[in-house]
Design a protein around this ligand. Structure first.
Ligand code: G
Ligand code: MN
Length: 388
């Protein structure tokens, strides 16, 4: 452990720098060179470095790329599993384009080539400390403003967050009710994980190009739970990218086995126009027994075209449209015309996000009959039963 003791000159004001270098000579030289401005904690192994980083706060890490068997890029990935903001600088004597590219993709702040020029190194380190401060401030203000949807910006961070979120993936169910009949007609499957909101997970998966993987994990969880569910319809969200996943069309899949009572919800938030053969794909899904819903209607995107492409069996009104409609004549008029158009098209409508009796009553007056929202029941893991 003696390598892990801070070098002389340590004081509370200086930034703490973790130096990971397995060459003893170089570790000493660098340590001495940086000790004037940093509290340097030198270590020789990745495991030791990770333990220290987990145990206390550091402002930056400087690591060799070739660490006797383990790569500095792997170190970087492991750091991102628990610290998304720590600037990590990698140094190498034998630069290759490939490692440099991977280092940058996984969020290395800089990629330095040995021998290091002391002045340049100092400038780079100073900048890295500022990057650390800025990252923390941004994260805090995001949280303060309640914007939790965006997680880790770099690839290693995203992958680490996603891996752990996927391991903690669960399905919550929210009932959809017929008000006239005072009964549950279906349940929507909603994604829950360690991340603060489902949107954070969906957004992170999309940015990492892993929507299909998330979709598969959800569908298999839903297929398993669905077999145990009450004999009502199951509403399942599919990201537009999932429509390109052949696994969705596999008749042997757990979800396909339930297709006759599954309604696939396709959101209006994302554009559908760029998806090749969309019409054909939707037709294949119908042939398998699935019905199609257009989700989040009124949330913005190309409403008409997505309707025409999907020819949905069900339309779900976005909760922002529903919110306070009893106080808002414009929203009310809009909903009125959507409902009447849907009646003409023989398309069922579900009002989402209904929280207040006044919202429900205004919707009933406009002829809406199917509801979903906290007023009836919050999502829960064991098929919640609303009280009427
Ligand atoms: O798939 P969709 O984008 O429609 O997801 C619906 C989301 O809205 C879910 O995350 C669910 O938890 C949430 N939700 C459901 N009912 C209500 C409600 O009454 N009010 C609010 N604010 N959110 C709701
Ligand atoms: Mn939905």
């Amino acid at each position: 452990m003696d390598a892990a003791a801070a070098l002389p000159g340590a004081d509370a004001q200086r930034p703490r720098l973790l130096l990971l270098e397995d060459d003893e000579q170089l570790r000493r030289t660098l340590g001495r060179m940086l000790a004037h401005e940093y509290t340097v904690v030198p270590v020789a192994s990745v495991e030791e470095a990770l333990e220290l980083l987990r145990g206390s706060r550091f402002d930056l890490a400087l690591s060799d790329v070739n660490l006797g068997g383990m790569s500095g890029v792997v170190f970087l990935q492991r750091v991102r599993e628990f610290d998304l903001d720590l600037p990590v600088l990698l140094m190498t004597g034998e630069p290759t384009v490939e490692t440099a590219a991977r280092a940058v993709e996984y969020g290395a702040v800089r990629y330095l080539v040995k021998p290091l020029d002391p002045a340049q190194l100092k400038a780079v380190l100073t900048a890295a400390v500022s990057v650390r401060k800025l990252a923390e401030a941004r994260r805090q203000s995001f949280q303060l403003l309640g914007h939790s949807a965006q997680v880790a910006a770099d690839r290693a961070g995203l992958d680490a967050v996603l891996d752990s979120a996927l391991r903690s993936l669960r399905v919550a169910w929210q009932p959809i009710v017929s008000w006239q009949q005072r009964r549950v007609v279906g349940y929507e499957a909603l994604t829950r994980s360690k991340l603060p909101s489902p949107d954070a997970l969906i957004d992170a998966a999309a940015r990492a190009g892993r929507s299909v993987e998330l979709g598969r994990a959800m569908r298999s969880a839903i297929g398993l739970a669905g077999a145990l569910s009450p004999a009502v319809d199951l509403y399942v969200n599919v990201h537009p990218q999932e429509l390109l996943d052949e696994q969705l069309y596999d008749p042997a899949s757990a979800l396909c086995a339930l297709a006759n009572r599954v309604v696939l919800e396709v959101t209006e938030r994302a554009s559908l126009e760029s998806l090749p053969d969309l019409r054909q794909r939707i037709a294949r899904l119908r042939k398998l027994g699935f019905r199609i819903a257009l989700d989040d209607l009124g949330s913005g995107y190309a409403g008409l075209s997505s309707f025409a492409l999907l020819e949905p069996d069900v339309v779900k009104l976005d909760l922002m449209l529903v919110r306070d409609l009893h106080h808002n004549p414009t929203r009310r008029r809009l909903i009125d015309s959507i409902l009447s158009a849907c009646r003409d098209l023989r398309c069922a409508t579900i009002a989402e996000g209904v929280e207040l009796p006044a919202e429900r009553d205004a919707l009933v007056e406009l002829g809406c009959e199917l509801f979903q929202g906290y007023l009836f029941a919050r999502p829960g893991f064991a098929f919640p039963v609303p009280q009427f």
